[in-house]
Design a binder for this molecule. Structure first.
Ligand code: G6P
Ligand code: MG
Length: 210
């Protein structure tokens, strides 16, 4: 029985996955590092530091820890510049209506995101006070595919993992859900991932699964 739903943020609730791509792309271009949308797919759900390591696979020099920190700071500054233009209009009516409908059905709703910018994004889109729990990159020590972020979310909701859905656009996120014993729903980039228990093409389909 499903009693709660844990939503990934970037690429599920709002399209910040595109802003992540644009910010990494600008950083990589500036440093002459090859980067494209195919490589970007590997960054979904992955922490900032792990994302940089994937991008640097294409670099032709070694970067020191100090230089890596500078690159991550540069990317995050560019990313936050893009976030500053976000408003409530960056959540679709479909997502908002569906969230309200799920809430009205008595389900507990949480965010489970690796992002350290989670609360900033939720406040920009007017959803900071909407969810029953927020588990994010500021309270975890291991990023997806480790299930820690979802386990903490279920803990905040006071629900068993097996009574929760995890909604994810990242393969790493589906892997994390499976590893934690959650039921999983793949959407967007994860909508054809074989490990996703349910696969949906639009957010409102979640209603049919609860
Ligand atoms: C999410 C995104 C990743 C991002 C990570 C860390 O999981 O899907 O692409 O790298 O959050 O985000 P942050 O905002 O902390 O850099
Ligand atoms: Mg995502």
């Amino acid at each position: 029985e499903i009693k709660g739903i844990i939503f990934d943020l970037d690429g599920v609730i709002c399209s910040t996955d595109e802003y992540h791509y644009q910010a990494w792309k600008k950083m990589a271009d500036h440093d002459g590092i090859y980067f494209d949308r195919k490589i970007n797919e590997r960054l979904r759900g992955v922490s900032r530091a792990a994302s940089l390591e994937i991008i640097l696979e294409k670099a032709d020099k070694q970067y020191s820890d100090e230089e890596k920190l500078a690159l991550m700071t540069k990317k995050n500054d560019l990313y936050k510049e893009l976030l500053s233009a976000m408003t409530e209009a960056d959540v679709s009516k479909e997502v908002l209506d569906t969230l309200k409908e799920l809430r009205a059905k008595g389900l507990k709703l949480a965010i489970g995101s690796s992002s350290q910018n989670t609360k900033l994004i939720l406040s920009r889109i007017g959803l900071l006070d909407f969810f029953d729990g927020i588990s994010d990159g500021t309270i975890i020590s291991q990023s997806k595919p480790n299930p820690e972020v979802f386990i903490k979310a279920a803990g905040i909701l006071q629900l068993k993992n097996e009574n929760c859905f995890v909604v994810e656009d990242a393969e790493a996120g589906i892997d994390a859900a499976v590893a934690g014993g959650f039921h999983s729903i793949g959407i967007g980039s994860a909508s054809s991932y074989e490990k996703a228990e349910h696969k949906i093409n639009s957010f409102r389909e979640i209603i049919n699964l609860v």
